[in-house]
Design a protein around this ligand. Sequence first.
Ligand SMILES: Cc1cc2nc3c(=O)[nH]c(=O)nc-3n(C[C@H](O)[C@H](O)[C@H](O)COP(=O)(O)OP(=O)(O)OC[C@H]3O[C@@H](n4cnc5c(N)ncnc54)[C@H](O)[C@@H]3O)c2cc1C
Length: 96
Amino acid sequence: EIYPGFAATDVLFNDVGAVIGVATCDMGIENNGELGANYTRGMELLCKYVLIGEGERGSLAKQLIAKLDLQKDREPQKFCIGIKELWQVNPENHRP
Ligand SMILES: Cc1cc2nc3c(=O)[nH]c(=O)nc-3n(C[C@H](O)[C@H](O)[C@H](O)COP(=O)(O)OP(=O)(O)OC[C@H]3O[C@@H](n4cnc5c(N)ncnc54)[C@H](O)[C@@H]3O)c2cc1C
C-alpha cells in the first residue's frame, strides 16, 4: 500500500522501546491552529519491519537518533557541495 501525500511525523514505539511503526500528521488544521471542518486525525501505521528512507536529515531519523542515542561515539554526519562538471571558458567570454 502506498500513501502519497502523507508525511510520517512520529515514530511509534512499543512498551519495551522497539519501533513498531509510524504515525502520519493530523490534517485540516487552520492557520490559527484551530481544527477546521475537514480536520482528520493522523493514522498509526503499524508494521513488523520499519524502514526509514527519508533522505538526509530526515525528521523521523532525527527522532530515532535522539531517542536511541545513535550518534554516540559516531562521526557527525557530513554534507558537502560537489562540483560535477568543469568548463574552461575563454577569459574574454567570462565575467566573474
Ligand atoms: C542536486 C542533487 C544532485 C544529485 N546528483 C546525484 C548524482 O548525479 N548521482 C548520485 O548518485 N546521487 C546524486 N545525488 C544524491 C542522491 O539524490 C541521494 O543520495 C539519493 O537521492 C538519496 O536517496 P534516499 O532514498 O536516501 O533519499 P531521497 O531521494 O531524498 O528520498 C527521500 C524521500 O522521502 C520523503 N520523505 C522524507 N521525510 C518523509 C516523511 N517524514 N514522511 C514521508 N516521506 C518523507 C521525501 O519527500 C523523499 O521523497 C544528488 C543530490 C542532489 C540534492
